[in-house]
Every structure is written in structure tokens, then in C-alpha cells.
Ligand binder design. Structure first.
Ligand code: UDP
Ligand code: MN
Length: 319
């Protein structure tokens, strides 16, 4: 009798266990346990975290975050002036921003576009738009807006306002572009070592992607008083040398290189302030494939590599 009761109890116990197991199996099958939840994603969290900041006791609230990307090498006096100036200018417009100095520390010729690609890759999770910003161009007119460019890139240093460059397709100096658009065009070409043309190639990228650039309107200043260009051409010489087949290649639209294949290392990240204005300095070592872009270093070029191109040009010009 006792054995029989025990047997019944054990059977009941086993039945209950089997029922619970079956129930749990169905529950998990219908309501899978995944990592997904309705919480904000990490990038959104970062944006939220930064969307309000205190400046001199005043709170800056702006849902967008601007990374001011400044390609840089050996312009220290300009930097000392630029950082506090732009910080105040942007605070006055209630722009949530941070300045990144993209300091090229390798021994190749200066490559403005690759530095911007590297800067973008560094900031892209926390900032939803960038300003490609020359260190020597200070906006003077407070009407020049640095607001988030929602629909199209916004060229602040318009040819009608820039002190030096007045051709209609100019997009250099200061250009705002949002994160999605910069990714859409694969950033800038990495082929431009030395001064010039990288911004013109970028204009073609934008055009091909049907991203028309907009520019400031109703500006009551002109080419002499909208910006200050702190640039003495004798003191800060532009590196206009062309060597190997640089001239021929850099005249063409580049469909191969860009944001997704820039090769580099960031050897240091330093946070500091200048007159109280915060900035981050990235020391960037770019790599150069000399088989593809031998003009990243013209010191290897024989005189004929440089002269030949110059002679051909002269001949072509005469003809
Ligand atoms: N730049 C730099 N060091 C250089 C060359 C250029 O820092 O040796 C940066 C700097 O931000 C500068 C920008 O690249 O404002 C554009 O170069 P540059 O002023 O020579 O060109 P410009 O627009 O005056 O012709
Ligand atoms: Mn300049």
C-alpha cells in the first residue's frame, strides 16, 4: 500500500515536471529571448548624452551634434586663433559642437581629403554632421548658419563670399554635410597629396549623387568682410608641385578610393583647451601606396618626372 502511494506520487511529480517543461518550451518558442528591445541604440544614447551642454551657465540644447573637422599641419598661430573664435561663434548659434584637429604626422605631402575621411570615421558614431573647416578661415558674419544640413550639403564659404575663390563649383573652405550624405558619396578621394583639386573632385561626387549644394542667402556682407582668411602666402606656402603622373590622374573623378579604404593609424588622441575652448587633437599617420599614388612624396622624383609634365603643359598651352 505504502509503495503504491509512493509510486502514484512520483508519477504525479513527473507529470507536473513534464507539463512545466512543455509549457516553458512553447513559451520560449513563441516569445524568443533576444537582445532586441525598444531601448535607444548606442549611437542614439550617445547623441542623447551630448544633446545638452552647459556653456557659461547657459544650457545649449540641440538635437544635432556637429563635429568641426580641421585638416591640419604646422599652422599653430592660426590654430590658437581659430579654436576659441569658432567655439564662441558656434555657442552664439546654439550649436552643439566639438572641434577636432586632424594633425597629419607622417612624412608624406599634406592630404586634406584623407584627413577628413579619417576624422569622419573617428566621430561618426557620436556626431550626425560635420563641417570640413579650414583652420585659417574665420566666419565674421553671424548670419552664416552652421545648423544641421538636413536635405543637402551647405557650403558656407560660398564663391560669392570667399575672399579668394570665386568659381561656381567651389566647395572648399567650409562645407557642412550630414553623416548619411558623406557616407553615401564614400567621403573624399584619397589620391590628393599636396595642394588643390580634392575639393573639386568632391563637388563631382556630390553632383553624381544628385546632392546639390546650397549656400547662404540674404548675407549683407561681401568677399572682403564675410570671412577673415589668415593666410600669408609667403609664410604659408601652398605645395603646388606636381610629380609623376599626378596631374593626369587628379584631373579625373576617382571611383575607387574614399572613406571606406583610407589607410591610416591614429597614434595619439589628446583633449585640451585653448583659452577655455575645448578641442581634441588626433595625430594621424596616413599610409601611401607608392605604386598607386607615387606623388605622395615628390622627393623621389627625378627632375625629369617633374619637368616633363611642366614642359608638356607649356607645349599644350602654346598650341
Ligand atoms: N592645411 C594645413 N597645413 C598645410 C596645408 C593646409 O593645416 O600645410 C590646412 C589648413 O586647415 C588650411 C587648409 O588645409 O586652412 C587649406 O589649405 P590652404 O590654406 O593652403 O589653402 P587655400 O584655401 O588658402 O588655397
Ligand atoms: Mn588658406
Amino acid at each position: 500500500m505504502f509503495d503504491y502511494c509512493l509510486h502514484i506520487k512520483i508519477t504525479h511529480f513527473l507529470m507536473i515536471c513534464i507539463t512545466i517543461t512543455l509549457f516553458l518550451t512553447f513559451f520560449v518558442a513563441y516569445f524568443p529571448l533576444t537582445d532586441e528591445c525598444n531601448c535607444p541604440k548606442e549611437t542614439e544614447l550617445n547623441l542623447l548624452k551630448h544633446s545638452s551642454k552647459q556653456i557659461n551657465g547657459r544650457s545649449i540644447t540641440n538635437e544635432h551634434r556637429l563635429a568641426v573637422l580641421v585638416p591640419y599641419r604646422n599652422r599653430f598661430e592660426e590654430l590658437l586663433e581659430f579654436v576659441p573664435y569658432i567655439d564662441t561663434f558656434l555657442n552664439n548659434q546654439n550649436i552643439n559642437h566639438h572641434v577636432f584637429i586632424l594633425n597629419q604626422v607622417d612624412s608624406y605631402r599634406f592630404n586634406r581629403a584623407s584627413l577628413i575621411n579619417v576624422g569622419f570615421r573617428f566621430v561618426k558614431n557620436e556626431y550626425d554632421y560635420i563641417a570640413m573647416h579650414d583652420v585659417d578661415l574665420l566666419p565674421l558674419n553671424p548670419k552664416l548658419s552652421y545648423q544641421y544640413p538636413e536635405k543637402q550639403p551647405f557650403h558656407i564659404a560660398s564663391p560669392e563670399l570667399h575672399p579668394k575663390y570665386h568659381y561656381p563649383t567651389f566647395v572648399g573652405g567650409i562645407l557642412l554635410i550630414n553623416r548619411e550624405q558623406f557616407i553615401q558619396v564614400n567621403g573624399m578621394s584619397n589620391n590628393y597629396w599636396g595642394w588643390g583639386l580634392e575639393d573639386d573632385e568632391f563637388y563631382v561626387r556630390l553632383k553624381d549623387a544628385k546632392l546639390n549644394v546650397s549656400r547662404p542667402v540674404d548675407i549683407d556682407s561681401g568677399t572682403s568682410d564675410t570671412f577673415r582668411h589668415i593666410h600669408d602666402k609667403n609664410h604659408r606656402k601652398r605645395d603646388m608641385t606636381k610629380c609623376f603622373n599626378q596631374r593626369e590622374i587628379t584631373r579625373k573623378r576617382d571611383r575607387i578610393t574614399g572613406l571606406n579604404n583610407v589607410i591610416y593609424q591614429i597614434s595619439a588622441v589628446k583633449n585640451c583647451t585653448i583659452d577655455g575652448a575645448p578641442l581634441t587633437i588626433l595625430n594621424i599617420e596616413l599610409s601611401c601606396n607608392r605604386k598607386v599614388t607615387p606623388w605622395c612624396d615628390c622627393s623621389d622624383a627625378t627632375a625629369s618626372n617633374i619637368e616633363k609634365i611642366t614642359k608638356t603643359r607649356k607645349k599644350k598651352t602654346k598650341a
